[in-house]
Design a protein around this ligand. Sequence first.
Ligand code: ATP
Ligand code: MG
Length: 288
Amino acid sequence: MTATDSFLRNRQPQASADSPARPLVALHDVHLTFGDNTVLKGIDVEVRRGEAVTIIGPSGSGKSTILRCITGLLRPQQGQIRVGDTAVETLRTEDELIALRKRVGFVFQQYNLFPHLTVLENLVIAPTRVIGRSRREAEQEARALLGKVRLADKAHAYPGELSGGQQQRVAIARALAMRPELILFDEVTSALDPETVGEVLTVIRELVEDGMTCVLVTHEMRFAAEISDHIYFTEAGRIVEHGPPEQIFGNPSHERTRAFLRRALGAIPRLPAEFNAAFAPAPAPTEG
Ligand SMILES: Nc1ncnc2c1ncn2[C@@H]1O[C@H](COP(=O)(O)OP(=O)(O)OP(=O)(O)O)[C@@H](O)[C@H]1O
Ligand SMILES: [Mg+2]
């Protein structure tokens, strides 16, 4: 087995008992237009409970737009979006949308912590104010979550006193404090210094291993290959192809996917050499 195979196969397969069940998230034939710019042109995506699903694709291809549709932040002109039993595209009132957002955590590139609140208060505020959890319970859970993201010692620090990677881990803990059914991650490491990317990816990897349902948009291809159950490749508002990481990274069926990966992987020199070689333009360059 090559190094590539071993990191692709590292993921344990999900327990099969649940697999025929209905997906937790399902987008069907979703079309979305801004003015005269059609951004989504018939998107179908399914995410089962406990799965990690990653969306990859070029800038402007619609990845963030797909995530924003799942949270009800954007309403498509056509198509269906289900989260559990909720038909997201039919939600109208602010109360209905708030109810959905309690169930769907969202972590962005910009962590947007409350700068005037300590780390602990950032985690406690929504559970106590939005879902009426007792202060005691919310604080106890917040401390446990800070331990999980390895920031137990920062409970009383202010966000401005933390590194970018630490703030992003607080943002993940804050999303978890609402006990969401799933979490969406939109390029959460893109704004970080390279040396802090790993600590954030480790936290996400552990969430996936714990069985949290995750939908990720990331440019970290090796990470995506390692943790995802399923990969969707988007281009110009369409899903070009999707499949398990072994297929998308190891044997993509579309030349567009192959060309994208060649460019994307070219930017990540720490990938195993044989992984890069699989996508290098023929003849594969050899390192001297
Ligand atoms: N609020 C908006 N109003 C108008 N156009 C928008 C809006 N949000 C996104 N778009 C357009 O929709 C298209 C898809 O944007 P989106 O942010 O989903 O791309 P992306 O795949 O996430 O790209 P990136 O990798 O750069 O984050 C782009 O052409 C973008 O300009
Ligand atoms: Mg985006």
